[in-house]
Design a binder for this molecule. Structure first.
Ligand SMILES: Nc1nc2c(c(=O)[nH]1)N[C@H]1C(S)=C(S)[C@@H](COP(=O)(O)OP(=O)(O)OC[C@H]3O[C@@H](n4cnc5c(=O)[nH]c(N)nc54)[C@H](O)[C@@H]3O)O[C@H]1N2
Ligand SMILES: Nc1nc2c(c(=O)[nH]1)N[C@H]1C(S)=C(S)[C@@H](COP(=O)(O)OP(=O)(O)OC[C@H]3O[C@@H](n4cnc5c(=O)[nH]c(N)nc54)[C@H](O)[C@@H]3O)O[C@H]1N2
Ligand code: SF4
Ligand SMILES: [Mo]
Length: 702
């Protein structure tokens, strides 16, 4: 047959849209939305529909490379694998296991992270395993754990059509999750579902809102507390019902006294009337569905923002019923799978924690290693890995499917750290990327449709993504590269795998009886069929649509915690010298660091260069006209962009996209992270990408 169709799942964002991939004479020619998929029902956005050029795009890695005399030169796999394995072993022998670290992207398959966890946390004996979930979902994860007792997103997409109110905070879903946003918009028209948006910009999403609370950046905790204050004072809280499934109400009430709407109006810059109106809509709603994202997660108050949002759902009994609850959408395709397989330095596979002795024991038994081999303290978070590289405590870093030189804050500091590594291994599908340019070894991976593995979407749905075509040249699947290196390091017995299916079967055993139970899942079950929502404990089990429907939470007393959280200002405040707040975020036509979307003409032509959004009043005061090149400078660096004068911003705020790095011909001064602040929320270790103090000036040519 010359033309064939194969089911797949989108490799970009965490909505997990079902796709159909068409091959003609063995080449991928088209990608469509899958009509029968429950997430997207045939819909698709601009990113995957434009994927096919990427299979033959310029810069595609087809074989490994090793740096010699300053230059990266092509080598065979045997040499590359031996070089990496002996380099890692040498560093471990000389400096101990914690001198090596791993960092990966959260679009990688769960199987890939299972292998890396086993290699690092059991075979080598370090917990230095991190992934981009740290930049993306670590705060949502800690928010769930502190309020409900487990990192278990309870709601599902079908709640969208059931809800009568959407509360969307710091989530520009019109841009970042367009397919889901179209379901939100359809529900708004069909069911008259109301929408409250909280965002310092009048974002594409805010344009659809009944109420837009255009708060000053970073003030969400104060706002959520004021909303809770009004709900309590105006009698919208049924205290007897709430007391049945929560703890902490009295303490919360006491702290809320500090947040009367008049005070919070001053903190947030929103009027008291608007805050009261929003609170009344929440109080009257029967089914409120909440969405939140990087406007919450990427801040030094991130976990508190999450907690105070969950307070609103719990106080109004908007929990675990169809249409009501927190619907936490993830960023990259497998960010939930990454969390559940333990791809962060404080986690172990199957929703376990390194600090929990019982969890360590269970994992050690399963992996047949002495329990002492698994360290009892969390490894370094990614920013702490960069600190470690600077200090010489971390000597080797292995990066797979991520581009930290472009995506971490304070680029110069990150690049200097990466350059200090004795061994920097970068496993990507393209070269050069900002990170691969600094590598000692570059490993050529296979991409989407060229390899097989599983992803878990934001509504806990597991899907199999299968290999449809061969990778180009000598490129290999990430799983194969991982097990080849593990075996070459001496761990043959622990890594006997020959296919991703073998890896899945071993990993699946670790989920038995856990909230991510996938005992009822196999590659055969997933092949050509829609995957179930987890947990799915038995083969015949249909999967689980919603969690905690019985209002029993996995906390010691079975009740969710209403947490009293105080508002604090972001880490860096504006000064006379740095009077502006810079917000960074996303565009519809680019994905993250643009290694892929910059290679797709259709997408790149829409936004070929970075820009700086500025309010008309600020532009006038600084003599800036539309289209001028402007410089944005923080205490750490300087970035340039084309001025876009937009009244959708608040006066004193600027917005830049995060996407434009150095390797993409955009120029080496266009990357927003050159100026961003490398500080994090102490509870989640997620960086504050959404707030830094800057100044602005028109560029003077020459
Ligand atoms: N097209 C496209 N889609 C993507 C991606 C992409 O790169 N391109 N990336 C994917 C990934 S990895 C992720 S994590 C998601 C991210 O998806 P989103 O979080 O929706 O995207 P962002 O643009 O980073 O930020 C969202 C909003 O937060 C607002 N914000 C900033 N500060 C604050 C604040 O203090 N409070 C509040 N309430 N809001 C604030 C910003 O103004 C912005 O509108 O998108 C995913 N989808
Ligand atoms: N200023 C600012 N910075 C941010 C953010 C922000 O809002 N503002 N958001 C943060 C967030 S939420 C995220 S998730 C991160 C994302 O940060 P990154 O993960 O660093 O960004 P990506 O561009 O998604 O990088 C993915 C890399 O994997 C490669 N790749 C793709 N598929 C494969 C594969 O199958 N195998 C291999 N081996 N490689 C592959 C791509 O070529 C690319 O180099 O950025 C963060 N940085
Ligand atoms: S919304 Fe997300 S998962 Fe769906 S097609 Fe677009 S990028 Fe892919
Ligand atoms: Mo993300």
């Amino acid at each position: 047959m010359t033309i064939q169709w194969k089911k797949s799942t989108c490799p970009y964002c965490g909505v997990g849209c079902g796709l159909m991939v068409e091959t003609e004479y063995g080449k991928i020619v088209q990608v469509y939305g899958m009509n029968s998929h429950p997430a997207n029902k045939g819909d698709i956005c601009a990113l995957p529909i434009n994927y096919p050029p990427l299979f033959t795009a310029e810069g595609r890695l087809t074989q490994p490379m090793i740096r010699r005399d300053g230059t990266l030169s092509p080598v065979g796999w045997d040499e590359a694998v031996m070089h990496v394995a002996s380099g890692l072993n040498r560093i471990i022998r000389r400096y101990g296991p914690d001198a090596v670290a791993f960092y990966g992207g959260a679009a990688s398959f769960t199987e890939e992270y299972y292998l890396i966890n086993k290699l690092m946390k059991a075979a080598i004996g370090t917990n230095n395993v991190e992934c981009t979930a740290r930049l993306c979902m670590a705060s949502a994860s800690m928010g769930f754990i502190s309020t409900f007792g487990a990192d278990a997103p309870p709601a599902c997409y079908n709640d969208i059509e059931e809800a009568d109110l959407f509360f969307i905070a710091g989530n520009n879903m019109a841009v970042s999750h367009p397919v889901l946003f179209r379901r939100v918009c359809a529900a708004r028209i069909k069911n008259k579902t109301r929408i409250i948006v909280v965002d310092p910009r009048r974002s594409e999403t805010a344009c659809m809102a009944d109420i837009h609370l255009q708060i000053k950046p970073g003030t969400d905790v104060a706002l959520n507390n004021a909303l809770a204050y009004i709900l309590v004072k105006e009698g919208y809280v049924d205290e007897t019902t709430v007391a049945r499934y929560t703890i902490g109400f009295d303490n919360l009430k006491e702290v809320l006294e500090e947040y009367p709407p008049a005070r919070v109006a001053r903190i947030t810059g929103c009027t008291e009337t608007l805050i009261r109106e929003a609170a009344c809509i929440i109080g009257q709603a029967k089914k409120m569905l909440t969405f939140w994202f990087q406007g919450y997660n990427q801040s030094t108050q991130a976990v508190f923002k999450n907690n105070t949002l969950h307070n609103l759902s719990l106080l109004t009994n908007n929990y675990c019923r169809p249409g009501a609850g927190p619907l936490s959408i993830t960023g990259e395709a497998n960010t939930l799978g990454c969390r559940w397989v333990g791809a962060l330095s404080h986690l172990l596979p199957g929703m376990r924690m390194v600090s929990n002795p019982r969890h360590r024991q269970e994992i050690a038994e399963y992996w047949d290693v002495p329990v002492e081999k698994i360290q009892a303290t969390p490894g370094r978070s990614i920013l702490d890995i960069i600190h470690g590289l600077h200090a010489g405590d971390v000597r080797a870093l292995w990066v797979v499917a991520s581009n930290p030189a472009a995506s971490l804050p304070h680029t110069q500091w990150v690049e200097e750290g990466l350059s200090k590594a004795e061994l920097l291994i970068v496993q990507d599908i393209f070269h050069p990327t900002e990170t691969s340019m600094l590598a000692d070894v570059v490993l050529a991976g296979a991409q989407w449709c060229e390899k097989t593995g599983t992803l878990i979407s934001s509504e806990r749905r597991i899907e199999l993504v299968e290999k449809i075509i061969d990778p180009p040249g000598m490129a290999k699947s990430d799983c194969e590269i991982l097990w080849l290196i593990a075996r070459a390091m001496g761990f043959r017995k622990e890594f006997p795998f020959v296919s991703p299916d073998d890896v899945f079967e071993e990993w699946k055993g670790m989920t038995r009886g856990r909230m991510c139970d996938m005992s009822g899942v196999s590659y055969d079950r997933l092949r050509d069929r829609i995957g179930p929502q987890l947990p799915c404990p038995e083969m015949g089990h249909p999967g689980t649509q919603r969690l905690f429907a019985d209002l029993q939470f996995p906390r010691p007393d079975g009740r969710a915690a209403l947490l009293a959280r105080d508002y604090k200002e972001p880490a860096e405040t504006t000064t006379e010298e740095y009077p502006f707040v810079l917000i960074t975020g996303r565009l519809a036509c680019h994905f993250n660091t643009r290694t892929r979307t910059s290679r797709i003409k259709h997408l790149n032509d829409v936004e070929p260069e970075n820009f700086v959004e500025i309010h008309p009043v600020d532009a006038k005061n600084h003599g800036i006209a539309e289209g001028d090149t402007v410089e944005v400078t923080s205490r750490r660096g300087r970035v340039c962009g084309i001025a876009r004068i937009r009244s959708r911003l608040l006066i004193g705020n600027l917005f830049m996209s995060m996407h434009f790095g150095k390797a993409s011909l955009a120029g080496d001064d266009k990357l927003a992270n050159l100026v961003c602040n490398p500080v994090y929320d102490v509870h989640s270790k997620q960086p504050e990408f959404k707030y830094c103090a800057v100044k602005i000036a028109k560029s003077v040519p020459g």
